[in-house]
Each structure stands twice: as structure tokens, then as C-alpha cells.
Design a protein around this ligand. Sequence first.
Ligand code: PPE
Length: 305
Amino acid sequence: MPITPTEKIWMNGELVAWDDARIHVLTHTLHYGMGVFEGIRAYETPQGPAVFRLTEHMARLHNSAKIMGMELPYSVEELVQATKDVVRASGLPSAYIRPIAYYGYGEMGLNTLPCSIDVSIACWPWGAYLGEEAVTKGVRMKISSWTRHDHNTMPPASKTTGNYVNSSLAKVEALKAGYDEAIMLSPQGFVSECTGENIFVARDGVLVTPPVAAGALEGLTQDTVIAIAKDFGFEVRFDYLTRSDLYVCEEMFVCGTAAEVSAVNSVDDRDIPCPGPMTTAIAAEYARTVRGEVDRYKDWLEHVH
Ligand code: PPE
């Protein structure tokens, strides 16, 4: 999806002009793929833009870095403040926000210990990730021929740049075959997640989502959806799923910061009732929650003004 430039990008403590946010071709992470990043959204509210679960996203960035053995030079609080500064400088009412921490220029070779760590935060306007009709008509899914990472190969619990090579292979394979998105299975054959979203299915009236152990990222949208589902009185649990569970489920949706809550209408050409009643209710409540329209979740909004 194309990027629309905005005013400023935060780089190592300073707001620099969009076009000046450049790095050297010998930047370490460009060669070896060890960087950690986040995807965050700010939504329009009557009090100006508010960033949804910003502190928790920055805490996850710190956890991703910890898993990678990378010591970030900025605290969660500093990164939260920097994000607010970038969004404010953009003048946008709503935005997608992309923080990234990476090994910089100056060292080459696989030893990361002497490398400098650079951090930047950019934001720009980004629309519906899986298409405007994802909630109503649903998306077509294909189980990928690519396997999700094993925990001892590339830790999937860390949102590491290099992990997304696997996601891109799966995404392009699915698109070329005429599908909207790919579902990845773990090395043990259990359903893990999509290339950039967590998965929920309804089986016997219960919502089930795969755990981190099955190779899924600990999604903040997944966590938000679980809270909303419980408020509706729906039963939710983390559990292993097989591809057959997907084929015969009563309804299915995927969720992530970029994709929000998107219904699924088929997996490997097996139709799934879409959009299901729980999906419709949760998607609508999620849209209200992120905009601060649900009182009990108002604290999840971090206002930039
Ligand atoms: N799994 C993966 C692999 C993933 O990348 C994401 C977010 C999620 C689950 C959901 O996590 P959360 O956003 O906390 O609910 N994917 C981000 C990046 C997508 C991209 O194309 O880049 C996002 O949604 O911002």
C-alpha cells in the first residue's frame, strides 16, 4: 500500500523533515534483518487524535527487543512521548504509526554486540488494510505452503523485521493464487496466524484463538477482542486449532492493528458463513472502542493533545 508523506519523522530523539529521514546502505539491519517494530493506530476523537493502547505497544516493542537481546536506548515513556510528538506534528486526525529500532551504520558482520541501536517513529494516513469490504463481505483465505517460524528458529513472539520474510512469502503466494490473505500453520501443523493478523474461529458457539505457543504474536487487537467478546457474554478461549477446525467453523475473523476486525468468507475455497453474528457485533464494538466511544475502555486511548 502506498505511503503518503507527512511532516516529520522522529529519529533518535529529534523530529526531522520527512525527506531527511534517511539511512546508509550499510545499515546493519538492512543486511541481517534484526530490527524490532510496531504497528499502532491513532483514531480521530472529539478531543483530537488519540493513540490506541500506545503504552502497551511500546512495552511490546521493548519485549520484542528483549527477546532479540537488544537493549533499546529509550524507555517506554520516552517512546510514548515521541509518538505523541510525531502525531501532533503531522496534523493528521488519524494515522498509522510505525516505530522501528534497528542496528545502525558502522559495523558489519553478525556480531551485533558492538552495533549502535537507532530508533525512529513515523506516521502517515493508512486506510483499510484488507480492503473496505473486509467487514461486510469478508476476505478469502488460503492456507500457506510456507510454515510459520519455530520458536527455536525465529521467535514469533518478537515483532522482528526478519520474521516478516516468511510473512511476505506467504502473502504474495496467496495474492498470486487469487486469495486475499494467507493462514500459516506452525511446524507442528497447528493454525498459527495470518501474515499480519491473529485468527479467531467459532466452534460450537465458543470463540477460539491460537496461543503464542502455536507461533502467534501476542496481539493487542486479539486482547481487545477478547475483552469485548467477554462483555457480550461470548465464551472465548486460547486453544490449538487444526485446518479442519477452520473448514467447518461457524464463523471466522482475523484481527490486527492495521486490519482491525475483518471477517473471513472462505478458507481454501470452503465457504464459511460470513459475516457471522459474533464477528459483526465484535467488529462494530471494536470500531467504537478505538474511537473512545465505549466508556469502560476509555483508558486505552492516549490523547496527543
Ligand atoms: N500477527 C502478526 C504476524 C502481525 O504482524 C500482527 C500485527 C498481529 C498478529 C496483530 O497484532 P496487533 O496489531 O497487536 O493486534 N501486524 C502489524 C503490521 C502489519 C504490516 O503489514 O506491517 C499491524 O497490524 O500493524
